[in-house]
Design a protein around this ligand. Sequence first.
Ligand code: PA5
Length: 342
Amino acid sequence: MSVVERIQAVDPSGQLDAVRSLPDQLRDAVWRFDSADLAPVDCRGLVVCGMGGSAIGGDLARAAFGDRLTLPMETVRGYALSSATPPDHAVFCSSYSGNTEETVACYAAAEALGAPRITATTGGTLAESARADGVPVIGLPAGLQPRAAVGYGFGVTAEVAAHCGVASSIRTEIDAAAAHLESQLDALMARAGELAEAIQGSVPVIAGCGLTAPVGYRWKCQFNENSKWPAFSHVMPELDHNEIVGWQGAGAGGAGEFSAIFLEDRDHHPRVRQRFELTAELIAPNARGVHRIETEGESRTERLLWAVMLGDLTSLALAGLRGVDPEPVDVIESLKDRLGRP
Ligand code: PA5
């Protein structure tokens, strides 16, 4: 059975198609941003509020800008803005469903602060409140799992950030990245299948740095939600000051089987490049495997999204190998029920 057939056997809702639609999402995200026809925003920084699949777009956009960021940009995952947030920072609330209580709370907190607000959602409480308050709503298409809408999350956040003046627009890079992903799709699928087979039965521990730091976290979350499998992520060089020691307890007879996945990029500091090399050597004896992945693409945006798509496909390939449907996240729904939905 091919990797695609194995995924399709467990994927009645078409999560594979959703991942493969990333290039289209990126183009549509820019179009949806333009269609919202936002009035100019006068601000000195940007706070992106969201949770889970709706927060990662903020981290990824910030990473794509890298050193091109000229004003502060941060992602807030929680019920409140930082007490240090000044009212001249715009607050962008991103919730795919529009009903995520933490994001709705931040929307209210931003009003209390007097900060300019922008929202992106398919509907829910967030859209209702924003429309009532005259706050712009960038409409997203319904019918996806929030995490599968990452192209929208990334593209819309990058455009909102440029609109707020925290960096110049990267829409030409986004366009080129969409074409790059399309050209790489078969190769990415094959690579994802191989990687999933190599790590199957072990716990993936992903490491990134700079551009690839939020990608590592994305991989972790996609293994959790799509593959229904534990996974962890950390960042270089910090992991060389703690996690590297923990690998001594990994392996049979210890904490169990772990696989290291290093997401490496040409923009990394030369010492970071060296650290990945040496760390791979040092932990290899206790790891099921150390998989060193060099991002592919021209611009930062191309390489970032290439790595995101590889992780998304690998998580689906692992779901296929495990025989689990990647779509449902029943425990999240059950938790939200127990908390009492707003
Ligand atoms: O992937 C998921 O389904 C979750 O991580 C959601 O994104 C998270 O619960 C937040 O929901 P929403 O994206 O609707 O705000």
